[in-house]
Design a protein around this ligand. Structure first.
Ligand code: GTP
Length: 400
């Protein structure tokens, strides 16, 4: 009845010349000042076997001693692996970052290592669930505390061979839930040639098992990080100390044979990894956590609850319902048509029956009438014969 108006379009704006400046040019500054006031939140989980230098590396990455927790936390699980989140407030040039480092001591310590993943997955899901509950509660309409894991640094032991089975299983499981960034721990124990072949072997393993790691699994505007991506999986060296390298104090490790520098690209990929996490992709890590991983979690919840997870899914369900209704309607119509046909046949049969009865009655009546007529004809003929006889008798009497 009404023509489809098509998708709604923003009406074109008319250019207006301002007589006086309104202050529009200050809008980006407003946003900048506002975002500077609101502390950034970054939740980083570190997973890897005991003694691979996870704690040391986190201290190195954030260039501080992440020892004292500002907010006292209790371990989330005491099953096998102990999940221990610690929050720190880092401030630089007036911008603060609430950094939560979630350590997973005990991972890979037992014989049955696959069970070590359970408390980690449990923790990740608990944070998604907390966000989901907050989203649905009116109380948190404005700002939801975000404890979801934005990045997971997975420490691969520097064996120089291939990925271990536990690492493959862990990377597969974890990368389906969070942004996993694999790193090769204690890179100073590998020669440059070993690093190259180990990286190649790891990438082959990831590819063979279809493991989606950050950032390559999430293609977006990649121009900024094309160079950084070339160094995946990042080789890292951790150090809590400053050492003397060519007269300069640098973070590194000192050996009898020489010094390894954390921030030297010839020694490891620390600089690239730090640039990826802090300078280039912090926002994207948070965005992908929300738009991809959290969305998947929420969709899973809603699917289990039988409710559509998005408007698209809503549309799909609507289409399915329409199709079902159409199918039911056409079935109903076929059934009605058949019913009508049966009724019609029945009625025709009844009519035929009554007509046949009527015909029989008429036949009987006709035969009865014929018989009566025959009788009458017979009587009249007899009468006529009698009268003729009488007439003949009279004539013969008169002749005599
Ligand atoms: P858990 O907390 O027990 O799981 O260990 P972790 O993985 O946090 O290791 P941690 O940082 O405690 O370091 C373990 C040992 O490895 C320490 O003696 C560190 O000095 C040393 N270490 C850390 N990073 C490196 C590194 O890059 N190279 C070498 N050679 N040693 C390292």
């Amino acid at each position: 009845l009404f023509p489809d108006p098509g998708p709604w379009k923003v009406p074109p704006a008319r250019k207006v010349t301002l007589n006086q400046p309104l202050g529009i040019e200050a809008l980006p500054t407003q946003r900048f000042v506002k975002s500077k006031r609101t502390p950034y939140v970054l939740n980083v989980m570190v997973v890897g076997e005991t003694g691979l230098g996870k704690t040391t590396f986190m201290n190195t990455l954030f260039n501080t001693d992440l020892v004292e927790s500002i907010i006292p936390e209790t371990p989330q699980s005491t099953k096998t692996v102990v999940i221990s989140p610690k929050t720190y407030e880092l401030v630089e040039d007036g911008v603060s970052l609430n950094l939560c480092v979630i350590d997973t001591p005990g991972f890979g310590d037992r014989l049955n290592r696959s069970t070590d993943l359970e408390p980690i997955i449990e923790y990740i899901d608990e944070q998604f669930q907390a966000y989901y509950d907050a989203e649905r509660s009116a109380e948190f309409r404005r700002a939801i505390p975000d404890t979801r894991v934005h990045a997971l640094l997975y420490f691969i032991p520097p064996t120089g061979h291939t990925l271990k089975e536990l690492d493959i299983l862990a990377l597969q499981t974890l990368s389906a839930k969070v942004n996993v960034i694999p790193v090769i721990a204690k890179a100073d124990t590998l020669t440059p040639e070993e690093k190259v072949s180990f990286k190649r072997s790891i990438l082959g393993g990831l590819d063979a098992h279809n493991i989606k790691i950050y950032p390559s699994a999430y293609p977006d505007d990649r121009e900024m990080i094309v160079e950084l991506e070339k160094h995946i999986p990042f080789t890292v060296i951790g150090s809590d100390n400053f050492v003397n390298a060519a007269g300069k104090k640098v973070r590194g490790r000192s050996y009898r044979w020489g010094v390894v520098e954390v921030e030297n690209v010839k020694h490891c990929d620390f600089i690239y990894l730090r640039e990826l996490i802090m300078t280039s992709c912090l926002h994207e890590l948070i965005d992908i956590t929300h738009s991809h991983h959290y969305h998947n979690y929420r969709a899973g919840l809603l699917r289990r609850g039988g409710r559509p997870e998005s408007i698209l899914a809503c549309d799909e369900q609507y289409e399915v319902r329409i199709e079902n209704t159409k199918a039911t309607l056409s079935e109903e119509m076929l059934r009605k048509e058949e019913e009508m046909r049966q009724t019609f046949v029945q009625k025709v049969r009844e009519k035929e029956q009554s007509l046949r009865q009527r015909e029989e009655q008429l036949n009987q009546r006709r035969q009865q009438l014929m018989a009566e007529l025959e009788e009458q004809r017979r009587l009249i003929e007899a009468e006529e014969r009698e009268m003729n006889d009488m007439l003949n008798a009279n004539r013969s009497t008169r002749r005599k």
